[in-house]
Design a protein around this ligand. Structure first.
Ligand code: NDP
Length: 480
């Protein structure tokens, strides 16, 4: 019988890889894990966690205004980026330490190294060592990509934001997805002058149209200059810009003393010509134009692992690749790019391979939230998707929440349920409101259980809350 160095070798120390390694080790398996960067991966080091802390930081400006309306006597404060950033990085160091400890306490051997595949049961580490394993799990995640255009390297990606030495005075954000919209709200809240270009007709493609519209309206109300149907035609370092800027808004001043990250502008701003004819200089440009699976140079195809059109590892419902001893989970498989999904996939892999209990991953009815301001929480079908599927009733309400109305803010919230006419099952729920992420987590349970509109109605309202509207909407606003 062949002997291996490990029962499982995991490549990638992000959410999916770490969870799979730990639960596999708990079954008694001998597990090794290689990570070339910092333990914790995109979510902990350069994604969900630092982003959410920045969302919190950016929310205080409006809270100070609201506090005054509620009778508090407050002076105008200023935001100190370097103070926040110092604390942010300490927190990330702390979390990385916890991840390492969890792995070593579980008996997982950590290799701080890049690992690539040598054959179906062997990985090669950066120092040339090879390790053999009965099973290999590829959990290498993804990375942000810039568009393929001249001088795109002048722009930042989401990876760079957390390391900026100085906050820019102005920024152009390109894209209309989760990352673009979240950072538009964050940077606007921190006092940066934010312009956002999205090439399509409305931001947040794939979400419910009414919810997308309300988020876009709120972003504009709060000061984001959102341009739809707009993209960059040409970008250059401002020092290389054509002599006459031509029509368009005046060039912005460069923030004094602005230092740039290595990936960012060299210091004098970035000149942009856009499809709407405007020419403008921004301190920074952020490309939030999607992410790509980390499969390059991994030796995957050479050992027979099939790769898809977008560079993703192709897997079956058990996360098994075309090579039986190699599995893959998380963003590298480009199924649903969300941390909790990668964790589920990692646990289902261990259940299947190490516990003899074949467990397919259930990707249906995944609740998610976009941490815009206000947040957008969603689960299930949008109105547009549902009406293609079957006859539906739409229950919807939009109102000024009590807390903000009192403070004189114009913000509106949206609560919307999509209900099957035939079965009365709630097919989808869409919430635009502060803390919509918290609300949709709980609504997600009911929707996943197959609750009907009448089940919602049988539930007594919690008063006075915004969420009570979800159980008090009596009549459909329309049927389709
Ligand atoms: P998305 O795929 O969500 O959005 C990419 C955006 O960039 C789209 O609006 C797309 O336009 C646009 N785009 C793509 N290529 C170009 C181009 N060449 N020029 C101009 N615009 C372009 O990716 P993100 O990077 O925002 O996020 C990646 C994933 O990460 C998300 O899908 C999500 O799963 C996950 N994520 C989740 C978060 C959460 O749960 N809160 C937070 C952040 C990320 P178009 O719509 O026309 O294709």
């Amino acid at each position: 019988m062949t002997t291996f160095d490990y029962d499982l070798f995991v490549i990638g120390g992000g959410s999916g890889g770490v969870r799979a390694a730990r639960v596999a080790a708990a079954t008694g398996a001998k597990v090794g894990l290689a990570e070339e960067s910092r333990m914790g991966g995109t979510c902990v080091i350069r994604g969900c966690v630092p982003k959410k802390l920045m969302v919190f930081a950016s929310g205080y400006r409006e809270m100070f205004d609201d506090a005054r309306a509620y009778g508090w006597d407050l002076d105008d404060g200023a935001f100190d980026w370097s103070r926040f950033q110092g604390r942010l990085h300490s927190e990330l160091d702390r979390l990385e330490g916890i991840y390492r400890k969890l792995l070593s306490n579980s008996g997982v051997t950590i290799h701080d190294s890049r690992a690539v595949l040598e054959d179906a049961h062997t990985v090669r580490l950066a120092d040339g060592q090879t390790k053999t394993a009965r099973h290999i799990l590829v959990a290498t995640g993804g990375r942000p990509v810039r568009p393929d255009m001249p001088n795109a390297h002048l722009g930042l990606t989401s990876n760079d934001i957390f390391d900026l030495k100085v906050l820019p005075k102005s920024i152009l954000i390109v894209g209309g997805g989760y990352i673009a919209c979240e950072f538009a709200g964050i940077l606007n809240g921190l006092g940066v002058q934010v312009t956002q270009y999205y090439r399509g007709a409305q931001i947040l493609r794939g979400f419910d149209d009414e919810a997308r519209g309300l988020v876009a309206e709120a972003m504009r109300d709060k000061g984001v200059a959102l341009h739809l149907g707009t993209n960059i035609v040409e970008m250059r370092s401002a020092s290389d810009a054509p002599a006459a800027p031509g029509m368009g808004t005046p060039m912005n001043s460069q923030a004094s003393g602005t230092e740039a990250t290595p990936a960012a502008n060299p210091g004098g701003g970035i000149w942009i010509k856009s499809t709407n004819g405007m020419e403008q200089v921004f301190d920074q440009v952020l490309f939030a134009t999607g992410r790509q699976p980390n499969t390059d140079g991994m030796g995957l195809e050479a050992v027979g692992v099939k790769i898809g059109r977008r560079g993703e590892v192709l897997v079956d419902e058990y996360s098994q690749t075309s090579v039986p001893s190699i599995h893959a989970v998380g963003d590298v498989t480009n199924r649903v790019q969300l941390t909790p999904v990668a964790i589920r996939e990692g646990m289902a892999f261990v259940e299947t391979v190490f516990k003899g209990n074949p467990t397919p991953v259930d990707h249906k009815l995944i609740p998610s939230a976009v941490f815009t301001q206000p947040e957008l929480g969603a689960v299930g079908l949008t109105e547009e998707e549902a009406r293609e599927q079957e006859p539906i009733d739409v229950y919807c309400t939009s109102f000024k929440p009590m807390q903000h109305a009192f403070a004189g803010r114009t913000d509106r919230v949206l609560m919307k349920l999509i209900v099957s006419k035939a079965t009365r099952v709630v097919l989808g729920c869409h919430i635009v409101a502060d803390n919509a992420g918290e609300m949709i987590q709980l609504v997600g349970i009911a929707v996943k259980m197959g609750a009907t509109k009448e089940d919602f109605d049988r539930t007594v309202a919690v008063h006075p809350t915004m969420a009570e509207e979800l159980v008090t909407m009596r009549d459909p606003v329309r049927s389709a």
